[in-house]
Design a protein around this ligand. Structure first.
Ligand code: 4AD
Ligand code: MG
Length: 429
């Protein structure tokens, strides 16, 4: 006979009150009394309390079963105000599928230890909720761009020339050549817009970041978009619409997960466009009033961004940066070529969430900038070609998935938002 199993979420929804169900999952908690064993079961969808009574045929199995053992149970659902979630399963039969050894994770262990055993910590309710919201966010990004007729493209991970600064490039052996892991798909996306006009991708980016901070990973997932003929205002609108759309939908559809993570849905629902926009010069002025000294020409540091974000208390844009603070491809303002059309979105706690802007579309200007950065023209010949053959003004942006989640969910570090974080010290498991 084929047994059909029910998800715990459906039982908690009340669809089976008073009925017989089969559920399978893992033992989340267990408490043994004289007359009854309480077994809290978890599956992908939730946790539910189950009871095994002394006179049950499964009493011995219930004694034997350990935390994190996998089991199947059948029993009767009863609504019970005292049970977490309001329902309980009174078990007739409990079968151990895989008896677990003593589980190494217990209550009061450090975050460090949990990262050492990340492969097991992923079973926690916290990680389960974060991974579900991550999945939802990725789906929302796809829906958002597709609705706006952006075409999803798949950029390469092996690249032959740097996108961002050389300091964070990972080198890799590629047959008998030396290549790099990509830092950003931007240059390849720029080339693709001459065919598709509006493109996006969600792909890994790699950064050899030596600094250990709460917002840097060596491998992160990068939402990137590029659009032909786009202005700075088009880009800022696209970014704020994307972020607020994601926050609204997560607030609406992930209530259980947000509750598990103690995140106030109202805070997310309140993220609405337009986001404030200030120039780099205005940001410097604000900072100096707060007692922060930023030398004109330098990009902002984490502390500067946090201080600005505290004042706004929500996402905002800073644009028109000194050209020496940004990458070679940034387009200069005609009226003030010391400044480039680059824009950062900054959010509370995390600081920079996205960088974007208009790209140089003039061949000669691009070649001058490549030289100034000490980059070899021949390495970028394919990229210059775009300016040779039907150039257009254009722009785009990149946003880190992990920073987005860490900000949305009020998490201490981006490491909590990705199942297997990669940093200077962590590459296991
Ligand atoms: O500011 P970045 O370096 O900009 C670019 O790579 C552009 N080429 C993007 C573009 O215009 N298409 O990186 C973009 C975003 C950052 O704002 C941040 O959210 C994230 O990527 N990011 C990181 N996230 C986690 N760990 C790191 N080491 C990150 N470096 C950048
Ligand atoms: Mg940046």
């Amino acid at each position: 006979m084929v047994i059909s199993f029910t998800s715990i979420r459906r039982v908690l929804n009340g669809d089976f009150d008073g009925k017989q169900v089969n559920v399978r999952g893992w033992v989340y908690r267990k408490r043994t009394g004289k007359k009854v064993v309480f077994v809290v079961l978890r599956d992908a969808t939730g946790i539910i309390q189950c009871t095994v009574k002394r006179d049950s045929l499964s009493w011995d199995e219930a004694q034997k079963v350990s935390i994190e053992s996998s089991v199947t149970v059948s029993g009767t659902v009863r609504s019970d105000g005292r049970a977490p979630g309001g329902f309980e399963i009174s078990i007739n039969e409990l079968k151990i599928v895989g008896l677990a050894e003593a589980f190494p994770i217990t209550k009061d262990q450090s975050e460090e230890f949990r990262r050492d055993v990340r492969h097991l910590w992923l079973r926690s309710q916290k990680m389960n909720a974060i991974m579900k919201i991550r999945s939802k966010v990725l789906k929302l990004v796809h829906e958002f761009f597709r609705k706006k007729t952006f075409i999803e493209v798949s950029p390469p991970m092996f690249i032959s020339s740097a996108v961002e600064g050389g300091a964070t490039l990972f080198g890799v052996k590629y047959f008998d050549r030396d290549l790099y892991l990509t830092q950003s798909a931007q240059l390849h996306l720029e080339v693709l817009i001459a065919s598709l006009e509006k493109v996006y991708c969600i792909a890994p980016s790699f950064r050899a970041e030596k600094s250990r901070t709460i917002r840097h990973l060596a491998e992160y997932w990068h939402i990137e978009a590029e659009q032909a003929f786009a202005t700075m205002e088009d880009l800022m609108r696209l970014e704020e619409d994307l972020v607020s759309h994601i926050c609204q939908e997560v607030a609406k559809d992930c209530k259980n997960e947000l509750e598990t993570l103690n995140v106030d849905t109202k805070r997310l629902a309140e993220v609405q466009p337009p986001f404030p926009r200030i120039t780099y010069d205005q940001a410097i002025e604000k900072l100096s009033k707060m007692g922060y000294k930023v030398k004109w020409g330098m990009d902002f540091g984490f502390e500067d961004e946090k201080a600005l974000a505290k004042e706004f208390g929500k996402p905002f844009f800073v644009y028109a940066y000194p050209k020496e603070s940004k990458a070679f491809y940034c387009k200069m303002y005609e009226e003030n070529p010391k400044l480039v059309m680059s824009v950062d979105m900054i959010v509370p706690n995390i600081g920079e969430l996205a960088t974007g802007g208009s790209r140089i579309d003039d061949k000669e200007k691009l070649i001058v900038r490549l030289k100034e950065f000490g980059l070899k023209e021949e390495d970028y010949d394919w990229y210059i070609d775009q300016r040779r053959y039907g150039t257009t003004p254009h722009g785009g942006f990149g946003m880190g998935v992990e920073r987005l989640l860490a900000w949305m969910l009020n998490l201490e570090t981006v490491m909590e938002t990705i199942p297997f974080p990669r940093t200077t010290r962590r590459y296991y498991p």
